[in-house]
Design a protein around this ligand. Sequence first.
Ligand SMILES: C[S@@+](CC[C@H](N)C(=O)[O-])C[C@H]1O[C@@H](n2cnc3c(N)ncnc32)[C@H](O)[C@@H]1O
Length: 334
Amino acid sequence: MEKQLRLGESHFLQCADVILPWLNPRELASVSQTCKALSFISKSITLHRSLDAARSLENLPIPFLNTVDSKRYADFIYTPFQIPASTSSPPPRQQWGSASNAQISLISDSVSVSLVDGVCGCECERCEEGYCQCLALAADSNEIGNECGFGCGCGPDCPNRLTQKGILVGLKIVRDEKKGWCLYADQLIKKGQFICEYAGELLTTAEARRRQTIYDKLRSTQQSFSSALLVIREHLPSGQACLRINIDATRIGNVARFINHSCDGGNLSTVLLRSSGALLPRLCFFAARDIVAGEELSFSYGDVRLTPEKSTENKLNCCCGSSCCCGTLPCENT
Ligand SMILES: C[S@@+](CC[C@H](N)C(=O)[O-])C[C@H]1O[C@@H](n2cnc3c(N)ncnc32)[C@H](O)[C@@H]1O
């Protein structure tokens, strides 16, 4: 009888080990209150989560550090790449917090939209001595940069695939009393080095507007809520049309969702890059100058600010601390 009980207990703990990493912070907290064993497993999951925001999906772990309040980590689903908007209800889940979760494992609607356009890329099969003939093409383009991609004959070592190898610099996410989570350099990053792309859900403009309204409401009721919906407008060379891309990293995104605004432009430069064969360009962040370990990474969110006569409800105070700080965060008129 005692043996059977112990066997039952061990099955229960094995199941808990499998199920608990799928829970969100609120569910995990309530499960942890039910018994000592679940409390122990929950603590270990929380520790794992705080040690790597990227859930082993990047080359290096990206830890959360917080000496300001009791939040151990931010709750979101990690994707290293742009993905089509998720329409699943209930919201998608991702396993996070067990020792072995080095894979994108999502419970959600299947991601089935292809972001590849079937256009052929270059025909280089071997890029020799660090040179790819497409680099000349990439340098020619001043609106959207070009990288080799799915459509090209060359492989992952081609030097014209700088932003396709994931994050290669040490980063950490640090909590600030006023700005919330902030992305920091955890090593010296040299001027021009690639840092990360802005990954998240690609939205239609109608969906971006719908979500922005929801986020504005949430922000007015929950002080700690922060959204990460980025709208990119690229004027095409003809001057006749404007390419608009909406990337929402609020629920599903990568570490770029923690980059805060700075009124002086910050220390990052942004570049739109299209890989051959890909339908849409990606927004990539590079070091605009040498950045030392322990420096916050920031860029300018734009220069549109709400005028005083417009609603003051959505106005957010800027705490960038730069000498040219405008006092309020730029807003996106979605
Ligand atoms: C893309 S998120 C950046 C990460 C965010 N700090 C967090 O905790 O998740 C944008 C939000 O961060 C905050 N934020 C960004 N830059 C800021 C700044 N200069 N001053 C104050 N808050 C800032 C605002 O709440 C903004 O809506």
